[in-house]
Design a protein around this ligand. Structure first.
Ligand code: HEC
Ligand code: HEC
Length: 433
């Protein structure tokens, strides 16, 4: 059983009461009342804290213990967790043809200790990482929504809308080209984006360190997992990276099929796989198994809104005009969980996403724009039936068996956040057409 620790509970209890006091102070008549109230609050807090301190107990509650067991599918080797997976026996992509069933995986960020992964899990779900304690990583990367958020465009601190959709984080430890525009190459570097962006979590390094170091539970946990104190930024980044890299989804029915259990896919799904990897549809050229992404940038020419190109993709980063509208090929793992699709949620369903590829080269490119559309985007003239088969096949890439345990409480004592309820009609892009 995990319970909220004592001290953060007290802090939470204090916050509303001090705002009540502030409100009461506005009227002089109520000043006396306010003083009594404040005294009572103080007495209550002291009565809760003093006995523990008097007995000389450790301030860190024992409820938050870091596990010494590796996550499912990992095994302990030389103190670190290493993935056990059949794909590791296969040769790398470089040696095998595109779309081959028995192709290897890119390198995984692995070797983190069980304690580092577990600490990262608490941090990932703890809104204390944001400026006002309202947004956690899981607010936009919700395990119940494939570690995405179900929105066309993500929503950050104070309800601000982001320009892009939140991608899934399953298998993200295999990626060395991160973000829709491919502008980051490590998870440690990437997470500083959301942590310190005024529209995402709104925090700054100084406040983040102050809050975590001011929390005795976190100080103890960091010392257990990373060995030194006070808590440093690098340690925060390492722990969250460790957790992210543990999100493995490689046991879908497709994978069973790829490893040789042919009965794992039904006839429709096998037909869909064959369209997917055919040189007509060419999906596997970019969505290369087993990750279903070759991690390269490609210009598809998906409009942001009808007739509009708002997001310049990689060009905005590199200034290279040939990368205007280029985005990193996303993985298709657990893709049924993360609608709507594309960088701005333009496509409502998998059928809509698949249909884009047969609409004709550059058919969504706004007038006056000249994009250097990728050569594998062409005119495959897929039938309705083939599009439906593609969607059916992509459904066989679903596997959430190694879902991490979602903490019921986090060391800050703040409520564990997951994707918030939809507030507006912003949830599906325009691509329902
Ligand atoms: C306000 C919503 C929001 C929050 C909070 C948030 N993210 Fe994200 N995340 C996004 C969006 C949107 C993107 C895509 C941004 C882009 O490509 O420009 C993204 C991208 C990512 C990526 C890259 C995925 C890929 O496929 O390349 C990783 C990794 C990631 N986030 C991890 C985190 C972590 C760790 C945290 C917490 C420290 C976090 N995110 C907090 C919305 C959010
Ligand atoms: C030239 C490389 C390329 C080819 C070929 C390709 N894709 Fe894509 N795919 C991409 C890129 C890049 C994106 C992201 C584009 C964007 O957001 O604007 C994407 C996005 C997607 C998405 C949405 C993923 C998400 O997380 O939102 C789906 C689904 C998809 N592709 C399916 C397919 C299918 C099915 C085929 C074959 C008919 C195919 N792709 C062929 C590069 C490719």
């Amino acid at each position: 059983m995990m319970l909220s620790p004592l001290s953060p509970r007290c802090r939470r209890a204090e916050r509303p009461s001090s705002s009540i006091v502030a409100r009461m102070m506005r009227t002089p008549i109520k000043q006396a009342k306010a003083a009594v109230y404040r005294l009572l609050t103080l007495l209550l807090v002291t009565s809760l804290l003093v006995p523990a301190a008097a007995k000389g107990e450790s301030p860190a509650p024992l409820e938050f213990r870091l596990t010494d067991t590796c996550p499912a599918s990992f095994e302990l080797q030389d103190g670190g967790c290493v993935l056990r997976n059949r794909y590791k026996a296969y040769r790398s992509l470089r040696d095998a043809g595109v779309g081959g069933l028995k192709t290897g995986l890119p390198l995984l960020r692995e070797g983190f200790t069980p304690q580092q992964i577990d600490l990262g899990r608490y941090l990932f779900f703890d809104p204390v990482l944001s400026a006002d304690g309202s947004v956690s990583c899981a607010s936009c990367h919700d395990p119940a929504k494939g570690f995405a958020d179900g929105r066309a465009q993500a929503v950050g601190i104070s309800g601000q809308t982001l320009p892009r959709s939140a991608p899934s984080l399953w298998n993200i430890g295999f990626f060395s080209t991160l973000l829709w525009d491919g502008s980051k190459s490590s998870l440690e570097e990437q997470m500083q984006g959301p942590l310190y962006s005024p529209v995402e979590m709104g925090n700054n390094p100084a406040q983040l360190l102050e809050v975590l170091n001011g929390n005795p539970t976190y100080r103890t946990l960091f010392e257990q997992a990373l060995g030194s104190s006070p808590i440093a930024l690098d340690q925060i980044y390492t722990a969250i990276t460790a957790f992210e890299s543990s999100l493995i989804s490689l046991n879908s029915r497709y994978d069973l099929y790829a490893h040789g259990y042919h009965a794992a896919l039904n006839e429709e799904e096998i037909a869909g796989l064959n369209v997917f990897r055919s040189f007509v549809a060419r999906c596997a050229e970019c969505h290369t198994p087993p990750l279903f992404s070759n991690q390269q940038l490609a210009v598809l020419g998906v409009a942001d809104a009808p007739g509009e190109l708002i997001d310049l993709g990689a060009e905005a980063i590199t200034g290279d005009a040939s990368q205007r509208g280029a985005f990193r090929v996303p993985s298709l793992r657990n893709i049924t969980r993360t609608a709507p699709y594309m960088h701005r949620g333009q496509k409502a369903t998998l059928e809509h996403a698949a249909r884009f590829y047969t609409g004709g080269r550059g058919h969504e490119v706004p007038e006056g724009e000249s994009l250097m559309i990728h050569w594998h985007i062409w005119e495959p003239q897929l039938t309705d039936r083939e599009i439906q088969l593609l969607a059916t096949f992509m459904g066989a890439l679903t596997d959430e068996a190694f879902m991490p345990e979602i903490p019921t409480a986090v060391p800050s004592g703040l409520p564990v956040t997951q994707a918030r309820k939809f507030a507006s009609g912003n949830d599906v892009g325009f691509g329902a057409q």
